[in-house]
Design a protein around this ligand. Structure first.
Ligand code: OSB
Ligand code: MG
Length: 379
C-alpha cells in the first residue's frame, strides 16, 4: 500500500556526514572480493526539532555496484546535500526528498541515506515509528543470514552450523564459479532440509547454464543474481532452463526496473534493498508492485550498522515480505554496533522497533570511535 499518512515537513539546518570504519568479526568473502572492515557513511540531519539519522550503504570499492564510499562522499557534499539544504530552508517532507534529488542521475545509495535521515527526523518529531509509517503489519520478522565463501566446503559447514545454532531460520551461501555445486552439496548433506539459498553476485554468464542447472537438485529457495546487473534478457533465458527460482538483487535499481524484470520473466522473486533503489519509499513502491503481481520479496542487507538494520526490520514487516531477509543481528558482523540497542536475534526473529523514527538511539562514543572523517554542511 502507498504511504497512508505522510509526515510533516522538517526544516534542515545542517547535514553532518561521517565515514566510519567498523571492523568485521570475520572476513566476508563474496564472488567480488573480501572485506575485513566495513567502510560506510552515516548521515545526521539537524533540524529545529532534533536530529535524524541515515546510512549510505556504499562499500569501499565499486564491486557490487558502481557506487562506492568516496564517490558517495563527494557527490553528497558537492550536489545532494546542498540541494536538500536549499529545498529544506522552508521545510521538506520525507516524501519530497527523492524529487529534490531526482535531477542528479544515479547515486541511489547516497540519496537513500539522505532520505532516511529526513524520514527519521520527521518521524521522531511526530512521535511515529518508521514501521507504522511504512505500513508494517507484524512486530517481528524472521531472520536469515548471509554466509560468505569460506576456505573450503568443510569450513563452510562449520560456519553454517554456528549460525543455525544461533537460531537463524534461513541460510544464504555465497557462490562463485568453482565454489558452487560442491559447497551447496556440503551444506545440504550436513543439515538436511533447512531453508537454503545461494547468491552469485553476478559471477556467471549464460554459458554457465549447465553448471547452474546442477543446483536444481538441492531444492534451493532461490538463486540470487547469477548474471550481470544489466542481463535482464539473459536472466529470462536462464530462468527458462532452471527449476530453481531466480531472484534479482543488483538488477533491481528502481521500481521501474522491477516492473520490467517481471514483465520479461527475468525474476520470480525480488530482493529489496532500500539503498540500491534510492530509498525506503522507493523500496515500498517495489514491494507494492511485486505484491500486486503476486511475486514474493525479501529484504536484502548491505552489512548495515544499527541504523540501517533497524530501518530494514521496519521495511521487512510489510506484508509482501514473505521470505526471510538478510536481517541478521548486529553481532553477525560487528563486535560493537554504533547504536545503544544493537539488533539481537530472538527465537530466530528480529524485533521491529517501536520507538519513533528508526527506533534506535546512536551510541555517541561508539560513533566517535568509528569515525575516520567528518564534515558538516550548512546552507
Ligand atoms: O549481494 O546481498 C548481497 C553484502 C554486501 C553486498 C551485497 C550483498 C551482501 C550480503 C550481505 O549478502 C547481506 C547482509 O547484510 O547480511
Ligand atoms: Mg545479493
Amino acid at each position: 500500500m502507498p504511504i497512508v499518512r505522510p509526515a510533516a515537513p522538517v526544516r534542515i539546518d545542517a547535514v553532518e556526514l561521517r565515514v566510519l570504519h567498523l571492523p568485521l568479526v570475520s572476513p566476508f568473502t563474496t564472488s567480488f572480493g573480501t572485506e575485513t572492515v566495513r567502510e560506510v557513511i552515516v548521515v545526521r540531519v539537524r533540524t529545529g526539532d532534533g536530529d535524524g539519522w541515515g546510512e549510505i550503504v556504499t562499500q569501499q570499492a565499486p564491486l557490487y555496484s558502481s557506487e562506492y564510499t568516496q564517490g558517495a562522499w563527494d557527490v553528497t557534499q558537492r550536489f545532494l546535500a546542498p540541494a536538500l539544504l536549499d529545498a529544506a530552508a522552508e521545510g521538506v517532507a520525507p516524501e519530497q526528498v527523492s524529487t529534490v534529488l531526482a535531477p542528479f542521475v544515479g547515486h541511489r545509495m547516497a540519496k537513500a541515506g539522505l532520505e532516511l535521515a529526513v524520514l527519521d527526523a520527521a518521524l521522531r518529531a511526530a512521535g511515529r515509528p518508521l514501521g507504522e509509517y511504512l505500513g508494517a503489519t507484524v512486530d517481528r520478522v524472521p531472520s536469515g543470514v548471509s554466509v560468505g565463501i569460506q576456505r573450503d566446503p568443510s569450513a563452510l559447514v562449520d560456519a553454517v552450523g554456528g549460525y543455525l545454532d544461533d537460531g537463524y531460520v534461513r541460510i544464504k551461501i555465497k557462490i562463485k564459479p568453482g565454489r558452487d555445486v560442491a559447497d551447496t552439496a556440503a551444506v545440504r548433506d550436513a543439515f538436511g532440509a533447512i531453508a537454503l539459498q545461494v547468491d552469485a553476485n553476478s559471477a556467471y554468464t549464460l554459458e554457465d547454464a549447465d553448471t547452474l542447472a546442477e543446483l536444481d537438485r538441492f531444492d534451493l529457495l532461490l538463486i540470487e543474481q547469477p548474471l550481470q546487473e544489466d542481463d535482464i534478457v539473459d536472466h529470462a533465458a536462464l530462468a527458462a532452463r532452471l527449476r530453481t527460482p531466480i531472484c534479482l538483487d543488483e538488477s533491481i535499481v528502481s521500481a521501474k526496473a522491477a516492473r520490467d524484470a517481471l514483465a520479461l520473466r527475468a525474476a520470480a522473486i525480488i530482493n529489496i534493498k532500500a539503498g540500491r533503489v534510492g530509498g525506503y519509499l522507493e523500496a515500498v513502491r517495489v514491494h507494492d508492485l511485486c505484491r500486486e503481481a503476486g511475486v514474493p520479496v525479501w529484504c536484502g542487507g548491505m552489512l548495515e550498522t544499527g541504523i540501517g538494520r533497524a530501518a530494514n526490520a521496519a521495511l521487512a514487516a510489510l506484508p509482501g515480505f514473505t521470505l526471510p531477509g538478510d536481517l541478521s543481528a548486529s553481532d553477525r558482523f560487528y563486535a560493537r554496533d554504533i547504536v545503544r540497542e544493537p539488533i539481537v536475534l530472538d527465537d530466530g526473529h528480529v524485533r521491529v522497533p517501536t520507538a519513533p523514527g528508526i527506533g534506535v538511539e546512536i551510541d555517541p562514543v561508539a560513533l566517535e570511535d568509528a569515525t575516520v572523517a567528518r564534515v558538516e554542511l550548512r546552507r
